[in-house]
Design a protein around this ligand. Structure first.
Ligand code: PA5
Length: 424
């Protein structure tokens, strides 16, 4: 379960929140969210609903893929990519294979010719499955990558290619759906009322991460717990809504950038997922906090100077998992040439936790408001909880800002220009 430490703000003197001013608006938005069946709010209750059949089908397919392939190539972009990659990176080993999974690689998030050529080269001696994920079925980056991968699979596997391609797309419409039907590919369906960046807990995220070896039942159990706990319209008791209100207050005070920071490199892609969630949901009508991310210690030696001492436009959200299951103790060295024996009683994770504490204190002293989000353990359950927490907080936050959390009209602009140039 998430704990928002110290009523959320480490250095409370920087910002005092009149929580009472938000009670009514938060409750009203809460009711609007919970009752708006026509909106894109299918993700709100989906973790609570009975999804045994879907989970079984995903598990069976993941099992088959793991038996018949060495690598799953996942094609997708934005909400059809970031969530799966985020969970995979957070919960599978840094080096080598995951005991319960196979290699899962991603394509369709860039237009790099080098990337796609090298990906195809890397498949040469491996058995391959492909999962194309696109809700609209028309996004150019994944559509182009699918054209290449489909031809590759047909050339390599002949008729058998049909069984090795799985399509995840809209339940009712789209080009990709038509292709899947025509070619007889197996399909996983994305509910019409769940948009890309809110879809990680649907087959969009669940199939790739199950293949990567993550326990999707635990992930969904964490999300379910969050969906139950965060169904409370009372601002005092709803951490997601408190986080949304703190963001809103800081925005009103003139802060322009929220920096999500954590101390575990495996969370870097989770940062990216969060960035997309908040960036696409809030950045519209010339409003919104700019969501940026840092991974410590790396970025303490890159952008730490600016955070500590630069323009005072940043506040920081520190994400911390109290327990990371894998650790290493600092060895004692009888020579002590490097004079580090004073650390020999610590493990690396302990030092990392102290480094987090020190960083928070230093940045707070530098005048940076700090929000602290703390979870018990880095595992599938707590990650499921966190993902749901962020989605719920994001929807509340966008509505407090009076923008629609579920559209992304600005994304169309670059697509139109690109198409125009390509057609010329
Ligand atoms: O959040 C969103 O809706 C977007 O980021 C989409 O996920 C992204 O544009 C990809 O769209 P699609 O799945 O239709 O290819």
């Amino acid at each position: 379960m998430i704990q928002l430490l110290q009523t959320g703000i480490l250095n409370e003197s920087l910002i005092q929140i009149e929580w009472g001013n938000y009670t009514q608006s938060v409750a009203a938005i809460h009711r609007h969210l919970e009752n708006s069946n026509s909106e894109m709010t299918g993700w709100l209750n989906s973790p609570i609903e009975n999804n045994v059949e879907l989970v079984n089908s995903i598990q069976q397919n993941a099992y088959k893929i793991k038996m018949l392939a060495d690598v799953l190539v996942v094609i997708g972009i934005g909400g059809s990519f970031l969530g799966a990659k985020a969970i995979q990176d957070a919960l599978t080993p840094y080096f080598g294979d995951c005991a319960n999974g196979i290699e899962v690689v991603y394509v369709g998030q860039n237009m790099s010719g080098a990337y796609i050529r090298q990906l195809l080269n890397s498949l040469e001696h491996k058995e391959v499955y492909v999962n194309i994920i696109s809700k609209s079925g028309t996004t150019m980056e994944p559509a182009l990558a699918f054209r290449v991968l489909r031809q590759y699979m047909e050339k390599r596997y002949g008729e058998e290619a049909q069984n090795r391609i799985i399509v995840t797309t809209d339940a009712e419409k789209g080009l990709l759906k038509a292709i899947a039907e025509k070619s007889g590919y197996q399909q996983f369906l994305i509910p019409a009322n769940i948009g890309g960046r809110y879809s990680v807990l649907t087959p969009v995220g669940l199939l790739p991460i199950a293949v990567a070896g993550v326990d999707i039942e635990k992930l969904l159990a964490g999300a379910k717990q969050a969906a139950i706990v965060l169904k409370n319209e009372n601002l005092d008791q709803n951490e997601a809504y408190r986080y949304a209100v703190i963001r809103q207050e800081l925005y009103k005070k003139g802060y322009q950038i929220e920096l999500l920071a954590s101390f575990e490199p495996g969370l870097t892609k989770l940062h990216e997922w969060w960035k997309q969630l908040f960036g696409e949901s809030e950045g519209k009508e010339k409003k919104g906090l700019f969501p940026a991310t840092v991974s410590y210690s790396t970025d303490l030696h890159a952008i730490g100077q600016f955070i500590q001492d630069g323009s005072p436009i940043i506040f920081e959200t520190l994400l911390h998992f109290k327990e990371i299951l894998c650790d290493y103790h600092v060895p004692f060295d009888s020579e002590n040439d490097d004079q580090l024996n004073y650390l020999a009683n610590y493990s690396f994770n302990e030092i990392n936790a102290i480094s987090k504490q020190g960083t928070a204190m230093a940045h707070a002293d530098g005048g940076v408001p700090i929000i602290q989000l703390e979870l018990e353990r880095l595992d599938a359950y707590h990650l499921g909880y966190l993902i749901y927490f962020f989605m719920k907080a994001c929807a509340m936050s966008a509505y407090l800002l009076q923008v629609n959390p579920f559209d992304q009209p600005g994304v169309e602009a670059y697509k139109k220009k690109m198409l125009q140039l390509l057609q010329e």
